[in-house]
Design a protein around this ligand. Structure first.
Ligand SMILES: CCCCCCCCCCCC(=O)SCCNC(=O)CCNC(=O)[C@H](O)C(C)(C)COP(=O)(O)OP(=O)(O)OC[C@H]1O[C@@H](n2cnc3c(N)ncnc32)[C@H](O)[C@@H]1OP(=O)(O)O
Length: 219
C-alpha cells in the first residue's frame, strides 16, 4: 500500500498536469477562433488534433464516475466549466472568498464572443451562476441554483480583466438568496451585468437520489 505522502504527491502532480493540459487546450482554442490561415492548413491541423484523442481516451471516465484529480483530502472541481483550470472551456475564473464575499477574476477571449468584441450573454450567466454558488457555499454546504435572474446593463468587453462579485443577502434554512455583479477590474463601480439567485442545499434524500455515490462531492 502506498504511503499517504506519495498519494498526495501523485495527486498534486496529476493536478498540475491536468492544469497544464487545460491551459494548452485553451491556447489552442483561442488560436483556432482567431486564426486567418488558409483552408489547407486548417484541414491539416484538424487531422493532427484528432490524433490527440486516442491517447487521452486510453483511460477515461463516464458520467457518474468522479475525476481522480478531484479526490484527496481537499476535494476540487478541476473540470468545472466556469472555474476549473483543467477544463479548456472554462476561462477559467479564479475565485477567492474575502470577508464572506466571493470574488472572481478572469479575462474572456474571442472564444466567448457574442456581439462583435463583447462577451456572449450565456457566458456572463455562467460566471454569475458560479460566483453565486461560491457565495452560497460560504454559508456551509454547497447548493444548486433554483432561480437565476439577470439584468444585462452594458456589454462585457472581451480581452479585458473582469471582476465578478457575489454575496449572500438572505439565508432561510437550506435556501439562500444572493446578488452578484460583473464589472471590469479598471472600473469596478460600473456594473455591466447583475444577477440575483436563489440556491438550495438538496435534502439528504434529494442528494442521494440525484448524485448517488457522488453525493460526498457536493456536501
Ligand atoms: C469550494 C467549491 C465551491 C463550489 C461552488 C459550486 C458552485 C456551482 C454553481 C453552479 C450551480 C449549478 O449550476 S446547479 C445546476 C442547475 N440547477 C439545478 O439543476 C437544480 C434543479 N432543481 C432541483 O433539482 C430542485 O429544485 C432542488 C433539489 C434543488 C430543490 O428541490 P425542492 O426542495 O423540491 O424545491 P423546489 O420544489 O424545487 O422549489 C420549491 C419552491 O419554493 C421556493 N422556496 C422555498 N423555500 C424558499 C426559501 N426559503 N427561500 C426562497 N425560495 C424558496 C423555491 O424557489 C421554489 O419556487 P417556485 O417553484 O414555487 O417558484
Amino acid at each position: 500500500m502506498s504511503d499517504p505522502v506519495d498519494v498526495d504527491d501523485d495527486l498534486a502532480q496529476r493536478r498540475r498536469a491536468a492544469r497544464e493540459l487545460g491551459a494548452a487546450l485553451r491556447e489552442l482554442t483561442d488560436a483556432a477562433v482567431s486564426t486567418e490561415v488558409d483552408a489547407a492548413t486548417l484541414t491539416d491541423l484538424a487531422e493532427q488534433v484528432r490524433a490527440l484523442v486516442p491517447p487521452l481516451t486510453a483511460a477515461s471516465r463516464v458520467r457518474g464516475e468522479p475525476a481522480t484529480v478531484d479526490g484527496g483530502q481537499r476535494a476540487r472541481r478541476m473540470y468545472n466549466p466556469a472555474s476549473g483550470p483543467g477544463n479548456p472551456i472554462a476561462p477559467p475564473m479564479k475565485v477567492e472568498i474575502v470577508d464572506g464575499t466571493a470574488i472572481g477574476r478572469c479575462t474572456l477571449g474571442l472564444a466567448y464572443e457574442g456581439p462583435p468584441s463583447y462577451g456572449h450573454g450565456g457566458i456572463s450567466a455562467l460566471l454569475l451562476d458560479q460566483i453565486l454558488g461560491h457565495a452560497h457555499s460560504t454559508r456551509g454546504k454547497h447548493g444548486m441554483t433554483v432561480k437565476l435572474a439577470l439584468r444585462y446593463r452594458r456589454p462585457v468587453p472581451l480581452q479585458t480583466p473582469l471582476r465578478i462579485v457575489g454575496r449572500v443577502e438572505r439565508v432561510d434554512g437550506r435556501w439562500t438568496e444572493s446578488v452578484a455583479t460583473i464589472s471590469t477590474e479598471d472600473d469596478p463601480d460600473t456594473v455591466l451585468v447583475e444577477a440575483r439567485g436563489v440556491f438550495a442545499v438538496p435534502s439528504a434524500e434529494q442528494a442521494k437520489r440525484l448524485f448517488g455515490e457522488l453525493e460526498r462531492l457536493v456536501r
